[in-house]
Design a protein around this ligand. Structure first.
Ligand code: ADP
Ligand code: ZN
Length: 433
């Protein structure tokens, strides 16, 4: 099932034709209206006439988060403020917030992207869609809310938090689709079990989870605890919000809405465009945005693009799950470590997805401490049992990561649950710098 079948299953040639037409117009729009970017193009010696097709995009300068902060708040605005109807802002995971502007058309296209994601997981006007991403400045709630309306679902605009009420509405109003961060979905699953519900007691069939990295192990754990199929959705405020890419029934990578966003993978060190299938930093050019039309925006998300045929019939390019942002990667004693590697080990070893990673520097040497909550069943009063478990986990982690962490098993319910994006890593080294 598709929301916009013609475009979602268009041939490669048709998509390229649309992209080529749009990029010529969009570069002209940006050059004429966004002085900040015009200066960057002039500095690089590129004129709008030089961009005749998407092949020429590589000639354009990049934009980074630093540019967005420099240009805050109006520097990258592509139209008069009087044409804008809304702002949204990033969650500020990695520093100062970024503000993005929308015209009504920008919002319509964004909501259509979210509608595609909802229909891709089987959503129709007979569904009850519970949105527990935060509403407000954060794009998660507003985006999925708009998409759910477009599909015609009965929308429950819950926003995040108040888990008891989430559960009450989910059960009383027979929610069939759940939208939130994966860490909050795990928490809702845990809370349902505590309230005495079995996975088959709810009417949920699918979940649309994104806004933060999550592993395949986490997917299986959520699917089991809620009795649903769990699908990934990706996006960022800078390009609109969730719905830039979404998973289909194949659950193997997310289709990027290529009619609106042109994606490239680059080598993060050299900026060189990499061939399909190679891992690198994802870069987006928005082909339609009027108010906040970013060209070649570096997301810092590391992933792979593939054009392999998908069983769902969609033709748009797929991105792999981002394995974390390039700035999520921790360099510990010279070794690159991603939080996702740690999550994989924990869930494989049957620990719950409640953990926190603390990195510090003691006597000029990096330390890595992993606090892991144990389940009630694993909970034991015997110190020797706990120590043996900690040692076993440390050994498995050492093999996976290439460095040895210190594992601390902590009693159930001691690690703070997240209602939005989970804070998995505390890097205390930054405090000393
Ligand atoms: P912030 O940078 O403050 O978190 P946003 O709320 O706009 O701002 O979040 C966008 C970022 O969230 C993306 O660049 C990406 O790192 C992360 N993200 C969004 N969706 C996913 C997903 N499905 N998987 C992994 N990471 C995601
Ligand atoms: Zn597909």
């Amino acid at each position: 099932m598709y929301y916009q079948p013609e475009i979602e299953t268009a041939s490669r040639e048709e998509i390229l034709k649309i992209q080529n037409e749009k990029i010529v117009k969009q570069v002209r729009h940006v050059y004429d209206n966004v002085k900040y970017y015009r200066d960057l193009m002039d500095k690089k010696g590129v004129k709008p006439e030089d961009i005749k097709s998407v092949d020429d995009i590589k000639k354009l300068p990049f934009l980074t988060k630093a540019d967005l902060r420099d240009a805050y708040p109006y520097g990258l605005l592509g139209t008069d403020l009087k044409n804008c109807v809304r702002i949204q802002s990033t969650s500020g995971t990695t520093g100062k917030r970024v503000v993005a502007f929308y015209t009504q058309k920008d919002i319509d296209l964004w909501e259509e992207c979210c509608a595609r994601a909802i229909v891709a997981v089987g959503g129709t006007n007979e569904d009850v869609c519970q949105v527990c991403y935060g509403y407000g400045l954060f794009t998660g709630g507003m985006g999925l809310n708009g998409g759910s309306h477009k599909v015609g679902c009965l929308t429950l605009p819950m926003s995040s938090g108040n888990t008891e009420r989430q559960i009450q509405f989910m059960m009383d109003l027979n929610a069939t689709i759940l939208c939130c961060t994966p860490s909050y979905a795990a928490y809702i699953g845990e809370s349902l079990a505590e309230a005495g519900y079995k996975p088959e007691d709810n009417k949920l069939k699918a979940g649309i989870f994104g806004a933060e990295p999550w592993t395949e192990e986490m997917r299986r754990s959520i699917e089991k605890s809620l009795g649903i199929k769990a699908y990934d959705i990706y996006g960022l405020t800078e390009t609109s919000g969730p719905g830039v890419a979404f998973e289909c029934e194949a659950q193997a990578g997310m289709h990027i809405n290529e009619d609106h966003f042109y994606a490239e993978i680059i080598d993060p060190d050299t900026g060189e465009v990499l061939p399909e299938g190679e891992k690198g930093e994802l870069v987006f050019t928005s082909l339609d945005k009027e108010a906040f039309p970013l060209l070649r925006y570096r997301t810092r998300d590391i992933c792979v693009l593939t054009r392999e045929k998908c069983s769902c019939g969609r033709t748009h390019v797929k991105m792999s799950k981002p394995m974390g942002r390039s700035d999520d990667m921790m360099i510990i004693r010279g070794v690159n470590v991603f939080p996702s590697q740690i999550e994989t080990v924990l869930l494989n070893e049957k620990y719950p997805p409640n953990y926190q990673i603390v990195v510090d520097r003691v006597n000029n040497s990096d330390t890595l401490d992993i606090y892991v909550e144990i389940t009630q069943e694993l909970f034991s009063d015997k110190v020797s049992d706990t120590q043996a478990r900690e040692k076993a986990l440390e050994a498995t982690m050492r093999t996976m990561l290439g460095i040895g962490p210190k594992v601390h098993l902590v009693p159930p319910k001691t690690i703070t649950r997240s209602e939005g994006k989970a804070v998995r890593v505390i890097d205390k080294r930054k405090l000393h710098d």
